[in-house]
Design a protein around this ligand. Structure first.
Ligand code: F6R
Length: 608
């Protein structure tokens, strides 16, 4: 979303910070800025647009401090102008921030009531003002940050420097990545190891909830309870920086954990958080209100993202949606009314069947819109409109972060369609946008179920067959759960619509059969509970993935209940993707499988 750098050095750090920011420019380039400590006082240089604008400013008015922070911005809250550029500062401190502070409005109102005046439209300034407020109450910088962090909701990373403190920097990580670099009498902070590559080859990746106090000789790392902890340091080869697994054993694990960050980044591209509305970052060559139908084609996990979006388009925008796996669509010679919308979903943008379907639809005079992750792909080039997912490079063959980013984009498209067709009021849109803003934070909260899921996966690894059940948008998610499990653990798994159980698959159920039920507490929750009763009555072992209310109301004995944070039902599939991904991942790891490169599969399927 944004890039963060911090350096406690021995010589002026601004040139090094700019060097590091160049390596982070892929994370955003709406504006950039640097703050360093000049004779005990914080000085900033900031500029709208690309880094070269900041470089010009620095060449005209150089900074000479030997401790400083820098930032390259992907605007979320507030316009991409100089006022809203980071670092944000008060007379006591400067701060850089990546991510979203969800509860910034509420915190801002509280501070304004205490007489604090704000200069910008950003959520970040709230953090600067909160810590400053605590310092004015007599707390030292470390304590002021420590009491502020638990008050912030959302997925974010932060870096602070303080007036009069030339040997102190604080970094904090909550859902967005942050790494510490160790030098010779110098210390570094960066959004990723790539940014720190020119300075050091020894890095430590903070874990979620960690915050670190850096000085020239090292760093004290605290976990979210404030306890001092040790985190492993890694030696990184420069060549490995681009494909770095961080603290994780596998790319798949890293990519699952990147979801709060990349979903937030994708959201920021499609949603105007301040205005509380969806703003698509491209012009459409058609009007949603003129459409009679949308046809969606995709393969595998991308197809299942499309299937979830069918529920959203039909419910929010009242447009009939037809969806096919692309390998069927391309040959079934579907009659398509000219001027309709054909929508394609693909991580790689190169999948042969999806591409062939796109070409068929173009020949049939459809408007073509592709949700793709690789903007230079063939599908991106050949579509009328590209809706890019900003998941970053996905290395693990099993798609995880691309899936949740596809869902994010598809939901914003459904909201935009609902507004255009008059089926979604401004108020209803605002409610959905508020729910969307909460997604990165909820995803980060969902990761906390990992330990429970890891233990459960040992049981699951003994199964020959596994059933996944769900209703509504949880039905495609059940299909995705089964797909994930079979492709990386090679355990046979099937997904079913929970209501279909008694039309056949129930015959399979006995005490050896784990049945994974995805059932957030929504309008069809009770129906799913009835289906669970049917499973329980036949000795099936239920793993229930639900939310707090659902867990309270089922009243059934389960093999395990994974309790997800409560969320607006419309965003539940994005959130509930996490436990099914983690379950497949840990089961496969426990079984010793090659999760990043499962047998017989390829990342990009360019043959039919
Ligand atoms: C499953 C998986 C595949 C892909 C499918 C489509 O984890 O990754 O099912 O989703 O091959 O690929 P893309 O999205 O590149 O078109």
């Amino acid at each position: 979303m944004c890039g963060i750098v911090g350096i406690i050095g021995k010589t002026p750090v601004a040139p090094q910070i700019v060097e590091a920011l160049k390596r982070l420019e892929y994370r955003g380039y709406d504006s950039a800025g640097v703050a360093t400590l000049e004779g005990g006082k914080l000085e900033r240089r900031r500029a709208e647009g690309k880094l070269r604008n900041l470089e010009t400013k620095l060449s005209q008015a150089p900074l000479s401090g030997i401790i400083g922070i820098g930032h390259t911005r992907w605007a979320t809250h507030g316009k991409p102008n100089e006022t809203n550029a980071h670092p944000h500062a008060t007379d006591r401190l400067a701060v850089v921030h990546n991510g979203i502070i969800e509860n910034f409005r509420e915190l801002k109102t509280g501070l304004e009531a205490k007489g604090v005046a704000f200069e910008t439209e950003t959520d970040t300034e709230v953090v600067a003002q909160l810590v400053t407020y605590e310092m004015r109450q007599g707390r030292g910088p470390v304590e002021a940050v420590a009491v502020t962090l638990p008050r912030l909701r959302g997925a974010f990373a932060l870096g602070f420097v303080f007036s009069g403190e030339d040997d102190l920097m604080i970094g904090a990580r909550h859902g967005a990545p942050l790494a510490i670099g160790y030098g010779q009498g110098e210390m570094y902070l960066g959004s990723d190891a790539l940014a720190l590559a020119p300075f050091t080859d020894e890095v430590c990746y903070l874990e979620d909830g960690d915050w670190a106090v850096l000085c020239r000789t090292g760093a004290d790392i605290h976990d979210e309870t404030g306890r001092l902890v040790q985190r492993p340091r890694h030696k990184i080869q420069s060549a490995a920086f681009m494909a770095d697994k961080g603290n994780f054993r596998h790319f798949m694990a890293k990519e699952i954990h990147e979801q709060p960050e990349v979903v937030g980044r994708t959201l920021a591209h499609y949603v105007n958080f301040s205005a509380g509305r969806v703003e698509l970052p491209f012009a459409l060559p058609f009007d949603f209100k003129d459409l009679k139908r949308i046809s969606i084609s995709a393969c595998g996990t991308a197809y299942l993202a499309g299937l979830i979006s069918k529920y959203w388009f039909e419910r929010l925008a009242r447009i009939p949606v037809e969806i096919d796996v692309a390998s069927e669509f391309r040959y079934r010679e579907a009659p398509l009314e000219p001027g309709s919308l054909a929508l394609f979903v693909s991580q790689s943008g190169e999948t042969a069947d999806t591409l062939a379907s796109l070409r068929y639809a173009s020949a049939e005079k459809q408007h073509t819109l592709s949700v793709v992750n690789v903007p230079t792909s063939t599908m991106a080039r050949e579509s009328n409109v590209i809706a890019q997912t900003l998941a970053g490079v996905e290395v693990g063959v099993a798609s995880t972060k691309a899936f949740t980013c596809q869902l994010t984009v598809l939901l914003t498209l459904a909201i935009a369609a609902g507004r255009a067709r008059g089926t979604l009021s401004a108020e209803a849109e605002k409610e959905l946008v508020d729910a969307l803003i909460g997604v990165p934070g909820l995803l980060s909260e969902a990761m906390k179920r990992e330990h429970q899921i890891e233990i459960l996966s040992r049981e699951l690894s003994k199964a020959q067959d596994v059933l996944y059940l769900g209703r509504g948008t949880s039905y495609p998610l059940a299909l995705e759960g089964a797909l994930k499990l079979k492709e990386i653990s090679y355990i046979h798994a099937e997904g079913y619509a929970a209501g279909e159980l008694k039309h056949g698959p129930i015959a399979l159920i006995d005490e050896t059969m784990p049945v994974i039920v995805i059932a957030p507490h929504d309008h069809i929750f009770e129906k799913t509970v009835s289906n669970m009763q049917e499973v329980a009555a036949r000795g099936g072992r239920i793993v229930l993935i639900t939310d707090e209310k659902g867990a309270l109301e089922t009243g059934l004995d389960t093999m395990a209940t994974i309790v997800m944070p409560s969320a607006h039902p419309i965003i539940a599939p994005i959130l509930h993707a996490v436990p099914i991904q983690l379950l497949a991942y840990h089961t496969a790891v426990f079984m010793g499988k090659d999760v990043d490169q499962p047998r017989n599969l390829a990342k990009s399927v360019t043959v039919e």
